[in-house]
Design a protein around this ligand. Structure first.
Ligand SMILES: [Mg+2]
Length: 149
């Protein structure tokens, strides 16, 4: 409860608004098809719903295993650029900038996590995709409902 109140206060000071949700979103299999370290084709609906979440004042945090400088090259930077080029303004990348005020935890703090690997996440397997991906027809409206609560 105390961390929640602190987050609320920090956000209120930052934005002058009440609480809006932090949503941590995975990349491969969630926003694009699995083609690591390349960028796969977009998962149907992902970018459109992310833009709607932004309009509803959600703060989007990219939460991915991608990184820079490893065997996959700068795959994290390429994911961040891809999102920027598609109208997504990230609040954080693999971390929630507000949480340094109240925790040393390395886990990015969010109220919601969207990840194709999450148990129970609805999946589809579009033609030509290498692996199943998030079914945004279900996830998008479900998250939107929570944003309006
Ligand atoms: Mg994934």
């Amino acid at each position: 409860m105390v961390p929640f109140l602190l987050v609320y206060c920090v956000q209120f000071i930052e934005t002058g608004k009440g609480f809006s949700m932090y949503i941590c979103i995975d990349f491969d299999g969630t926003i694009v098809d699995h083609r690591f370290p390349e960028l796969g084709p977009p998962v149907p609906g992902a970018l459109e719903w992310m833009r709607k979440f932004q309009e509803a004042e959600a703060k989007l945090i990219l939460f991915t295993m991608r990184s820079d400088g490893g065997s996959g090259g700068d795959s994290l930077t390429s994911a961040v650029r891809y999102l920027e080029e598609n109208g997504i303004t990230l609040y954080g990348v693999n971390r929630n900038p507000t949480q340094v005020h109240w925790t040393n935890s390395p886990k990015a703090y969010g109220q919601l996590y969207i990840d194709d690997a999450a148990f129970g996440c609805p999946l589809i397997h579009p033609d030509g995709f290498h692996r199943p991906c998030v079914d945004w027809d279900i996830v998008g409206p479900g998250v939107m409902e929570k944003l309006k609560e």
